[in-house]
Design a protein around this ligand. Structure first.
Ligand code: G3P
Length: 222
């Protein structure tokens, strides 16, 4: 049950690293553009903050270009995982990179058939985009269940990385449905641990403590 952060924002990634619950990072061209920083610079910073897998996406549309980009990106750190689109060219590049021992994350997966081909191409991870499926009236979490059933029945080693997460419920439902990893935006991570009853309960505990006249255990040291 691994949690990745879906972000290229260094401040967010540092905050999450301190929290101690983040096993890796996923980025995409949109997130890199949002960071306002140069691609290589952001990645070099990220790999120094989080030791786990860091997905970096190629922007070429042909397999040769994807492979060339991948070969440059993996020079940045051993933790770099090459994110490839789930297209014919992306699958070709995936097969090649897998043969070279380079880890891959096949992204933009919207069907179980696509996930099947990602696995056949030797993808390390496949990324079903569950929020974007929900956005068009389909059931994203159900796709996770279908991929899990297919992979389990056939002893597939490709890991299911649930992406395009819109709510804390998406996170827990993805894990319940068999996702190996869920990559979530910073906002959703905050929502996962925040609960109004926790805040209310804590406020009450502190008030009751103060009213009782008790002293902190640390006060005795003074
Ligand atoms: O990193 C890929 C994915 O998580 C994007 O999510 O919110 O743009 O659909 P979203």
């Amino acid at each position: 049950m691994k949690i990745f952060i879906d972000s290229a924002d260094i401040k967010e990634i540092k905050t999450v690293a301190e929290l101690g619950v983040c096993d890796g990072v996923t980025t995409n061209p949109t997130l890199i553009a949002k960071s306002g920083q140069d691609f290589k610079t952001v990645l070099s910073e990220i790999v120094n903050i989080i030791p786990g897998p860091i997905s970096a996406e190629v922007i070429s549309l042909d397999s040769k270009g994807m492979i060339k980009e991948a070969e440059e990106l993996v020079k940045l750190a051993n933790s770099i995982v090459i994110k490839l689109p789930l297209t014919e060219e992306g699958l070709k590049a995936c097969k090649y990179l897998n043969g070279k021992g380079i880890k891959t994350n096949v992204t933009l997966c919207f069907s179980v058939g696509q996930a099947l081909l990602a696995a056949k191409s030797g993808a390390t991870y496949v990324s079903p985009f569950i929020g974007r499926l929900d956005d068009i009236g389909e059931d994203g979490v159900n796709l996770i269940k279908e991929i899990k059933a297919l992979y389990s029945a056939n002893k597939v080693e490709t890991k299911i990385l649930a992406a395009s997460i819109r709510s804390p419920r998406h996170v827990t439902d993805s894990f319940i449905s068999g996702a190996d990893v869920v990559t979530l935006p910073f906002k959703i991570l905050l929502q996962l641990y925040t609960h109004p009853l926790t805040d209310k309960g804590l406020k009450q505990f502190i008030e009751d403590w103060k009213n009782s006249g008790q002293r902190s255990i640390l006060a005795e040291k003074i």
